[in-house]
Design a protein around this ligand. Structure first.
Ligand SMILES: [Zn+2]
Length: 682
């Protein structure tokens, strides 16, 4: 999972997995991580390989009441949260004079967040200052300043937002990005017919929240309809997820005057001035239609409607830091939306909030306590093996022509991989964290993070690793390729079971964490990553012949995945999931090939009745063993660039000759794919 540095709202994500919320550790869920006990040997692997590999686990596993799904990632989230909570509680309990700066910030953040009595007593007071500023807005003038104030205090606004990141075509320079904001619902939930249930829940939620602020029921329900209508109008105009995945198509460098012309209703200079940004000559606008739609809203809606939109933003963005009744209303909405039976314990939620806010201070504590240098060395060594394998296969690849092959080898040679944590930690010491001010703590952190990036407009890029709280910090269960830096971060948190077991059977470790590493490396060469050169600049380095050969292969994957039905009538979107499916195929191909090289030097015997290749493929499939609630599956199918885990478990394997050989599949078997229909990309 990865957001490129220019903030999630504008750039393309190349992610290994979605960040998800995690609940308390469900001790009754059987562990994942390779185990023959999780197989079901009654099932014929040639018929249903997923159930053969993981059927016993699937049979014994129920989705816990407070979880939307269960699988390797969710289980590791729970393990990680337990680890983090130990560190957080110890920080909160330590005597003030015995704490280091990270423990002070982490411990006091936790204490403030857990003091719900105080949050209830404060009521709406923390919001009052911003609500008053919004109330003063009378139309026409002042939206630029207001948008800046909201972005600095809340991390974003529903109006215009600024972000900073490398110029897609000159990756050594930071430039200004302009775009619209984020919303509560996903893009298609605002429009599609089967989103009606969620839209009604959302209307209830908004009006309840406004009533709790003191609005009359009539006002509150009118306001809810206004918010939904404006958000739906903006969502309809913006790029779809599939469109966002094409960086060349979304590269629009505009002069500031051109950008202003898209959105005359918001004074750009006032906006930038409010953010403390010296206006640059140009800005990148990935989604001009989004800004035009925002202009239409600003021009046509009354000042009262715009105030309603802004009030909703302030209230909904900070609801987790408020007391009752807002907190409870949000929880109810969230449970109903996801079809959950119970909420996760508050402590867990606070641990997650800490991981997204004080991500480097908490990561520092984590790495010290839970990330052995030995693991870092072993994984770094594995990275070397997988990368060597990739280079070797590029050299002998049959469909790349010579110029493209040479360029690909050059790009791979320059691809840097970091394991665990950054060499340099971000310095959060200027952020004041108080033990009695949850709202203020979050606001000060957001303000710090916003200002930290905004001052970089027009500055040369300085490379920072593991610095993205929506992608890879050391405590994200994740690994990510960043196309603008041509590098991969593999976090400390992911190198644990079920993805990696120190010292375990090499067949298993290659085809779990090794495949994850391979997956990330090939992201530099998927339909999105291949648009960037070795220095992270958007430019076409492929010959037309190589592009055609690549697209011929990816078209097969689009077709294959589009045929999987996830819920009755709900088909996978092969186009949306193409980059990730290409990376899954590349990942397991490289891992299996690297394993062969290892086996040539260190033969492995048959264990549990399985030879090394069989264990490799069973371990891969078990890594993706998964159960999800319908609401979760629907949400993922429509919004996730990854295929559903239970599909990832077997779909890429069907392209590997070695898989068919290992389990003796034959024509007519459901797991069979004729050699001419198998695709080898990397
Ligand atoms: Zn990925």
């Amino acid at each position: 999972m990865k957001t490129v540095t220019a903030a999630g709202l504008f750039s393309m994500a190349v992610l290994f997995v979605h960040t998800a919320t995690a609940g308390s550790f469900p001790t009754d869920v059987p562990a994942l991580g390779y185990s023959p006990a999780n197989m079901d040997r009654q099932v014929d692997p040639r018929r249903d390989f997923y159930r053969y590999a993981a059927g016993s686990w699937l049979r014994r596993t129920e989705i816990p009441a407070s979880d939307p799904d269960i699988g390797g990632f969710r289980l590791l989230f729970h393990t990680l949260n337990d680890q983090l909570l130990k560190l957080i509680r110890a920080s909160a309990d330590a005597p003030a004079d015995a704490r280091d700066p990270q423990q002070q910030q982490v411990g006091d953040f936790y204490r403030a967040a857990m003091n719900t009595q105080r949050l209830d007593a404060l009521g709406r007071q923390p919001l009052d200052r911003d609500l008053e500023a919004i109330d003063e807005f009378a139309g026409a003038e002042g939206l630029g300043r207001l948008a800046a104030q909201l972005q600095l205090g809340y991390g974003s606004s529903p109006l215009l937002n600024a972000a900073v990141g490398p110029d897609q075509k000159q990756s050594s320079m930071n430039v200004l990005y302009l775009g619209t904001g984020e919303r509560t619902l996903n893009q298609d939930e605002y429009a599609k017919p089967d989103g009606q249930r969620i839209r009604e829940l959302y209307l209830d939620y908004i009006s309840g929240m406004f009533r709790a602020l003191g609005d009359t029921p009539a006002q509150a329900s009118a306001s809810a309809r206004t918010v939904l209508a404006i958000e739906a109008e903006l969502a309809a105009a913006e790029l779809t997820l599939v469109q966002r995945a094409d960086p060349s198509a979304n590269y629009h460098k505009l002069t500031l005057a051109q950008a202003q012309a898209l959105l005359p209703g918001i004074d750009l200079r006032a906006f930038l001035g409010g953010l403390g940004v010296v206006p640059p000559e140009t800005a990148l606008v990935p989604d001009p239609a989004g800004l035009r739609a925002l202009q239409k809203v600003v021009a046509q809606r009354s000042a009262a409607d715009l105030r309603t939109l802004l009030r909703w933003h302030v209230l909904s963005t900070r609801v987790s830091t408020l007391g009752q009744p807002w907190y409870g209303l949000n929880q109810t909405f969230s449970l109903r939306r996801q079809g959950l039976e119970a909420a996760e314990p508050r402590e867990q939620e606070v641990a997650e909030a800490l991981g997204g806010q004080l991500f480097h201070p908490l990561s520092q504590l984590y790495v010290r306590a839970y990330f052995p240098e030995r693991t870092r060395r072993d994984i770094t060594e594995m990275v070397g093996h997988i990368k060597d394998e990739f280079a070797l296969r590029l050299r002998t690849n049959r469909w790349l022509d010579e110029p493209t092959r040479r360029a690909a080898l050059d790009k791979l040679g320059k691809l840097d991989v970091a394991v665990g944590y950054p060499e340099q930690w971000m310095d959060f010491s200027s952020v004041e964290i108080r033990p009695d001010d949850y709202f203020g703590n979050v606001r000060r952190i957001d303000n710090f993070l916003q200002r930290r990036q905004l001052v970089r407009v027009g500055q040369p890029v300085t490379i920072e690793r593991f610095d993205d709280p929506t992608g890879t910090t050391p405590i994200s269960v994740n690994a990510a390729y960043n196309p603008q830096r041509n590098d991969v971060d593999i976090t400390a948190a992911i190198v644990q079971p079920p993805f990696y077991v120190p010292g375990a059977d090499a067949a298993v470790n290659y085809c779990t964490i090794g495949a994850v590493i391979g997956h990330e490396l090939t992201h530099g060469f998927d339909s999105q990553g291949r648009q960037y050169g070795p220095a992270g600049n958007l430019r076409d380095w492929w010959t037309p012949q190589a592009t055609a050969a690549f697209e011929k292969r990816t078209a097969v994957l689009v077709d294959q995945y589009s045929r999987y039905e996830i819920l009755p009538g709900l088909m996978h979107n092969g186009r949306l999931t193409l980059t990730e499916n290409t990376a899954d195929l590349g990942g397991i191909t490289l891992a299996h090939a690297a394993l062969q090289r290892y086996l040539a030097k260190h033969p492995l015997s048959t264990m549990d009745g399985l030879d090394a290749d069989q264990r490799c493929f069973v371990a891969w499939a078990q890594m993706w063993a998964y159960k999800g609630r319908s609401a979760r599956l629907r949400m993922l199918v429509e919004n996730d660039y990854h295929a559903i885990s239970s599909v990832r478990a077997f779909a890429p394997l069907m392209h590997l000759d070695a898989f068919h050989k290992a389990f003796g599949t034959r024509q007519g078997d459901p797991m069979w794919r004729a050699p001419e229909e198998r695709v080898t990309i990397w």
